[in-house]
Design a protein around this ligand. Structure first.
Ligand code: BGC
Length: 711
């Protein structure tokens, strides 16, 4: 309450401050106000990595510090400060738990504030359209409702500290290849229902204080110069009242068009842009009213965010606790033939990543954390005996290879790259381990980064060394009646269909953040019960994916999918495609196993003027406590616009249910979310007739269904 009053008071001051300062500011001052200051002008104490706004002390306007925040606060390279590395957004989304994501946002916001940062450049909210996008790990899901709800929860958490977010990258930035110039060609229906919907939910539900426009073009117009997208849709239709900033312009843009379209702050900022603005106003190509709007948004942001100056670095303990919890909640158990939870005995830990975990992704999402808990160390701390001969071998390899020039510490600390390649092991060595150990755990890893998309060979598909490692270890251990688990420590979707039958269990922890090793240990031993569910589909093969050919999978350097990418699959992205067209997948959207089981009962659906109310009861029918994630999917009446076989319209996660315990889940589906965008009519339309509501996490296996009529 107190905080809300403070914000209200700030808002009143904002408009007053904005009015007074604007009236007094010269053209040059206004131009400098809306362009970031050059890095050489940053004060030596600067903690944020990315950008600052210009200060105007005579008007009481402070400089604002902007820092990246996709996996936690990314601090200046000059500082030795550390911040908590949280699980990637893909992992957070797999928790299906918006309360958790709100708390992660609050923990990240608290650290940002403690480091005097005003704007955290997160969350990434682009739709996961294709498995190979280099930034998928920074995004939540192939589904806009999960994306929007997760984004809104994160925004709410960060902003509860008085720190602004920057929801990014608005919009259709679904590939990194030629991201600065690629022209994405997207039908209006797919644009509205998928690529804008998540942003819309977040803007309407959480009122982010800033948003970042993407580098790419949409239908021939650079998004950063699109008046229709920024002023028309974002501000006009959705009522966004915050500041719009550009993504970090490494490509020349039309400054005047960017401001006119609705950008209020140009990043990272250059003297040329200041000059362009002044010239634009003087020559009459830029309206003073546009510049005033932009300037007042910068001033407004300053009064919305917290200022103070922290005496000391923030306490990172709460962040570590939240990161550990989130790593467990976001992990998805993909296979388990009875091996897990582990029954005890000595572990053979294989794979470089068992000793050198990929905690966070690379690029602007990279966070230098105070520590990264390794899987081998976590096993030892939990009192589990591990094969020390294997440990010695891998440790030596990591130390030796890390000393290599290509892997020097400076590079690793700034961007987390490159990853050490997997180690090839002789069969005799594996056989000896299988003789002396009780079970094996193989950890496989992948990272990814902005500016480059993932490749097929050796990234989406396992490398030959990885394939041989899995098959040799499975053969050796199975021959002795011993089991094998694979842990996936990955930055995105990989191929699993061809090898998933080999091990006895597969646990996917994604990029789990700094506490990842402990989470793996807790989940494998049953100290935590996996409750994550996929918020993306794992196709059986890359080429089953609807956008397979309309994506730069073959690394073009010009032409198709480089200069121009057509989203020819329309609205049939992810499960909307696989389910509707009956394409078999490796793991469907919503899939995930648990150490317990859940019964669903008492589905009630009620049509109201606001939409559809849905309630149902989930009961833990198994032997141990656990949480269930439940999705509510809607199948629309046939006739009228073509519709996917089902679409997620709501979801919820139960509390921890003890064996035999039940929880009644109630969710509301807003009437407007039943609508599809009719391109010809240029408007949203709700189909009349019979809707079917399906309940259950896994999109392919609904647990309960009910019909309901909408007039
Ligand atoms: C990225 C943004 C990031 C910015 C600042 C850009 O290259 O696309 O996501 O916030 O750099 O680091």
């Amino acid at each position: 309450m107190k905080f809300k009053l403070l914000i209200l008071a700030c808002l009143v001051c904002v408009s007053a401050a904005a009015q007074t300062s604007l009236g007094d500011m010269t053209l040059e001052e206004k131009a400098r106000c809306v362009v970031g200051i050059e890095r050489s002008e940053f004060p030596p104490t600067n903690k944020g990595f990315c950008a600052r706004t210009a200060p105007f002390p005579k008007y009481g306007i402070n400089s604002l510090v902007l820092a990246d925040g996709s996996s936690g606060v990314r601090l200046s390279r000059r500082e030795q400060d550390r911040a908590t590395a949280f699980p990637s957004n893909m992992a957070l989304a797999s928790s299906w738990d918006t309360e958790l994501v709100q708390k992660v946002g609050a923990a990240a916001g608290y650290e940002a504030r403690g480091y005097d940062i005003n704007v955290l450049l997160a969350p990434g909210m682009n739709i996961i359209r294709n498995p190979l996008c280099g930034r998928n790990f920074e995004y939540y899901s192939e589904d806009p409702v999960i994306t929007g709800k997760m984004g809104a929860a994160f925004v709410d958490g960060v902003q509860s500290n008085g720190v602004a977010v920057s929801v990014k990258h608005f919009t259709c930035n679904n590939q990194e290849t030629n991201r600065g110039h690629v022209n994405t060609v997207v039908g209006k229906r797919a644009l509205r229902e998928l690529y804008l919907k998540g942003f819309e939910i977040c803007v309407r539900e959480a009122s982010p204080w800033t948003l970042m426009t993407s580098y790419n073009s949409l239908d021939g117009v650079p998004v950063q110069e699109s008046y229709w997208l920024i002023n028309g849709i974002l501000r006009g239709e959705w009522g966004f009242d915050g500041l719009v900033m550009t993504d970090w312009s490494f490509v020349p843009h039309n400054t005047v068009a960017q401001i006119h379209a609705g950008n209020d702050f140009l990043t990272p900022g250059s003297a040329d842009q200041v000059r362009d603005i002044i010239d634009g106003v003087n020559k009459g190509t830029l309206d003073m009213a546009d510049l005033d709007r932009a300037c007042s948004k910068v001033i407004q942001l300053g009064t919305r965010t917290w200022h103070g100056g922290s005496a000391s670095a923030p306490d990172l303990t709460p962040g570590a606790e939240m990161s550990a919890l989130a790593a467990c909640e976001g992990a998805v158990l993909l296979e388990n033939n009875g091996m897990l939870p582990l029954a005890g005995g000595k572990a053979a830990l294989f794979g470089v990543r068992s000793y050198d975990l990929v905690a966070v992704g690379s690029g602007s999402a990279y966070v230098v954390s105070p520590h990264v808990i390794q899987i081998n160390d976590a096993f030892r701390s939990a009192g589990i005996s591990i094969d020390t001969e294997l440990e010695d071998l891998y440790r030596k390899y990591v130390a030796f290879a890390s000393a290599d020039i290509a892997y020097n510490e400076k590079v690793k600390v700034s961007i987390g790259l490159p990853l050490l390649p997997e180690l090839e092991l002789r069969r005799s060595l594996i056989d000896k381990a299988a003789d002396r150990d009780d079970y094996a755990v193989i950890t496989l890893g992948r990272t990814a980064e902005e500016g480059i998309d993932r490749g097929l060979k050796g990234d989406y598909y396992l490398t030959d060394i990885e394939k041989t490692l899995i098959s040799n270890i499975c053969e050796a251990f199975h021959a002795r009646g011993k089991k094998v688990a694979v842990v996936l420590n990955i930055a995105g979707i990989i191929e699993t269909e061809s090898w998933k039958h080999l091990p006895d269990a597969i646990l996917n922890v994604w990029l789990p953040g700094q506490e990842g090793g402990a989470a793996v240990c807790d989940l494998l031993t049953g100290a935590a019960n996996p409750s994550g569910r996929l918020a993306v589909t794992f196709p059986a093969d890359y080429f089953d994916c609807p956008s397979a050919l309309d994506f730069p999978y073959d690394k073009p350097e010009q032409g198709r999918n480089y200069d121009r990418t057509e989203y020819s699959e329309g609205i049939y992205v992810g499960y909307r495609y696989y389910c509707t067209k009956g394409v078999r997948v490796s793991y469907p959207f919503g899939y995930g196993l648990s150490y317990t089981s859940f019964d669903y009962s008492a589905l009630k659906v009620r049509s109201t003027c606001k939409g559809i109310s849905v309630s149902f009861t989930v009961t833990n029918s198994g032997p141990v406590s656990g949480r269930e994630a439940a999705g509510v999917y809607v199948s629309a009446p046939s006739g009228g616009l073509d519709k996917p076989s089902g679409e997620l319209k709501a979801f919820a996660k139960t509390r921890l249910l003890a064996p035999g315990e039940s929880e009644t889940v109630s969710v509301e589906i807003p009437a407007s979310w039943l609508a599809s965008f009719n391109e010809e009519a240029g408007k949203w339309q709700v189909a009349r007739g019979q809707y079917v509501i399906h309940v259950g996490a896994n999109v392919e296996s609904p647990r309960l269904s009910a019909k309901i009529k909408r007039k």
